[in-house]
Each structure stands twice: as structure tokens, then as C-alpha cells.
Design a protein around this ligand. Structure first.
Ligand code: SF4
Length: 333
């Protein structure tokens, strides 16, 4: 019998020398149960993180530029018009709000600020003109990298216009595996999201795409999500951990254990060694005091500042956590 620790060593060595793991091997890792093997997996994920990303941690923030009343029915989302939640509802914010958020981000060594809107997607027209104008001005300020998360993109020319305006990185999550996606959303498909990513790639825009774990999906689904992200060519991979919101269909979903979350992050690191793996929403409520282990599990990024509809821990506390771990914020040259 080959001990799992030996398999972890072999796969770790292969990745460190530029290789990849396949689905069968990824499933072996995510199904590890023995605590000592879980910690062994984490130690390798940490080595892979250090090897490909040094001890620099990427920080990004978001601004909820248009909140609530989204016509889509994503079951985890407080901003869907389908569910009665306490989510704020407001139209596209004034540019001044975006600039205030940029100044704040710049002051705190945050690398990028993403404009986020709760709607199905971007179409040609006044809204696209306004978004492109705002992005152009954000770019010209050189305060932070202007990113965007503005839903599905209908066609190639919209993606090209965003690129011309200055969008370098666009977030569009696959959210979960192809198998589980219809469970969480019925108003659009997994392939709709893959198509948006294709337009972004064709336009030369970096793709930030990840998902949410802890929505009732299986370990296999979590593995398949990471493998799909590799397939679509995601550059940045945000991992959110479900923070059940009152009023949504997922308000009573039982949480994943902190060790299962860390093991999942480590498996993502084995499957996606070169990508930036960024831990976003739900990290404080789900990981509590063992949150710093996310970096040992292979993460090299954090979403800092408040989330779309929920409060995050204070940025100073995140920066102190990095200092205490001997890690430092990544500053774009
Ligand atoms: S498309 Fe985005 S904003 Fe709309 S319900 Fe889904 S996750 Fe929420």
C-alpha cells in the first residue's frame, strides 16, 4: 500500500518542477481524512505558494457600485431580486464614491479596486459609456489598478471596449462545478459564464474567476471547479466561503469545517500552482482564529475591506496578520 504522504510528496515534487496533477490525483488529495496527512498537504501547498509567489500577498478591494435588485436568482446572493434580504438597493454610484474608495485603497497598499454591480451583465449603451469613462479616469489617477466585476458580457466588442478603457483584470466567477451550477442558479448557465470569460481572454483582459465553497456541493464539485478554472485560463482565483445570508435559500446551509476549507484551498494550490489564489468573502466567520493558516494552505492573496453586503475584519488587522506571519503586501512596480 502506498501511503498518502508519499503520494503528496510525489505530486508536490512534480508541481515544484513545473508539472501538473490530473483529476484522479486531485480527488485523492481532497479526500484525505487523516489529520497528519492534511497537515502534510498544507506544508506542501505552502512550499508551492512560496516557490511560485514568494512571500508577497496580493491585496484587492471592491466597491459595490450598484446594489440589489439583480434579475438573476443565484441562491447564495443577498442582492438577487428573488429573495427578501436586508441587502442595500441603490443605482450606479457617483464617480466621487469610486474615487473616495480608490484613495482609501491606495493609502492602504491595496493593489486593485474592482467596480462591482449587481445586474445580469453589460450591454452596449449609456451604462457601458459611463462605465468606460469611469474606468478611464480611474486609470488616469494611477492610484490603484481599476478592475471590474460587471456581470456577463454579451459580445466581443463590449470586452474590447472595456480593455481600451483600461480594464486589466475582470472578475467573473464560475461559482461552482458545471455539475452543481444548475443547483445554485436557473436564470443563466455555467456556459454563459464560460462565454464571458472567452470574450475577456480574446480582449487581452486578465481573468479573475473562482467561486464559493460550502453551498452544499461535494468535494468532487470543488475539485472540478478548480479544474474548470484551469481549463478556462483563470489568472486570479478568488475563493469565497459561504456566509449564509438571511432570506436567501442558503440561509440554513451547514458550514464546512475549517480543516475542510483549508484542505480545499491546498487542493486548489496543487491544481493551480501559478495562479493567484485569493481568499475573499466568509473567511472570518468560517475560519475564525485559524484564518492565518490560509497562507500555509497555499493562498497568496486577500480581499480586504468590506464585501458587497457584509462587513469584513478591519484592514489594519489583516496587515498585522501578514506582518506577524513574516509576509508582506505585494506592491505592483
Ligand atoms: S448575477 Fe451576481 S448579483 Fe446577480 S444574483 Fe447572481 S451573484 Fe448576485
Amino acid at each position: 500500500m502506498v501511503y498518502i504522504s508519499k503520494i503528496i510528496d510525489e505530486l508536490g515534487e512534480r508541481i515544484m518542477s513545473g508539472g501538473q496533477i490530473d483529476r484522479y490525483e486531485a480527488l485523492k488529495l481532497i479526500n484525505i481524512e487523516q489529520l497528519s496527512d492534511v497537515y502534510h498537504l498544507l506544508s506542501w501547498a505552502n512550499r508551492i505558494r512560496e516557490s511560485f509567489h514568494d512571500n508577497k500577498i496580493k491585496l484587492c478591494s471592491i466597491i459595490n457600485a450598484k446594489a440589489g435588485s439583480c434579475p438573476e436568482d443565484c441562491k447564495f446572493c443577498a442582492q438577487s431580486a428573488f429573495y427578501n434580504t436586508e441587502s442595500p438597493r441603490y443605482g450606479l454610484v457617483e464617480k466621487e464614491e469610486v474615487f473616495k474608495a480608490m484613495v482609501e485603497a491606495n493609502r492602504n497598499a491595496v493593489d486593485a479596486l474592482a467596480i462591482v454591480a449587481a445586474w445580469k451583465g453589460l450591454n452596449e449603451g449609456k451604462m457601458l459609456d459611463l462605465v468606460c469613462e469611469t474606468i478611464r479616469e480611474m486609470k488616469a489617477s494611477r492610484l490603484v489598478r481599476p478592475d471590474a466585476s460587471l456581470g456577463m458580457i454579451k459580445n466581443q466588442s463590449i470586452a474590447d471596449r472595456l480593455r481600451e478603457a483600461g480594464v486589466e483584470c475582470y472578475n467573473h466567477n464560475l461559482e461552482s462545478s458545471r455539475r452543481y451550477f444548475p443547483e445554485l442558479c436557473t436564470t443563466h448557465s455555467f456556459d454563459d459564464r464560460v462565454q464571458t470569460i472567452k470574450y475577456l481572454k480574446n480582449a487581452g483582459i486578465k481573468v479573475c474567476s473562482g467561486g464559493i465553497i460550502g453551498m452544499g456541493e461535494t468535494r468532487e464539485d470543488r475539485c472540478d471547479l478548480a479544474l474548470s478554472l484551469m481549463e478556462v485560463g483563470a489568472d486570479v482565483v478568488p475563493i469565497n466561503i459561504l456566509n449564509p445570508i438571511k432570506g436567501t435559500p442558503y440561509e440554513n446551509v451547514s458550514p464546512l469545517s475549517p480543516l475542510e476549507i483549508l484542505k480545499t484551498i491546498a487542493c486548489f494550490r496543487f491544481i493551480l500552482p501559478r495562479q493567484d489564489i485569493l481568499i475573499a468573502g466568509g473567511r472570518v466567520v468560517n475560519l475564525r482564529d485559524i484564518q492565518p493558516l490560509i497562507f500555509m494552505a497555499g493562498a497568496n492573496g486577500l480581499m480586504v475591506g468590506n464585501y458587497l453586503t457584509t462587513i469584513n475584519q478591519r484592514l489594519e488587522k489583516d496587515l498585522q496578520m501578514l506582518r506577524d506571519l513574516g509576509l508582506e503586501p505585494y506592491i505592483e512596480k
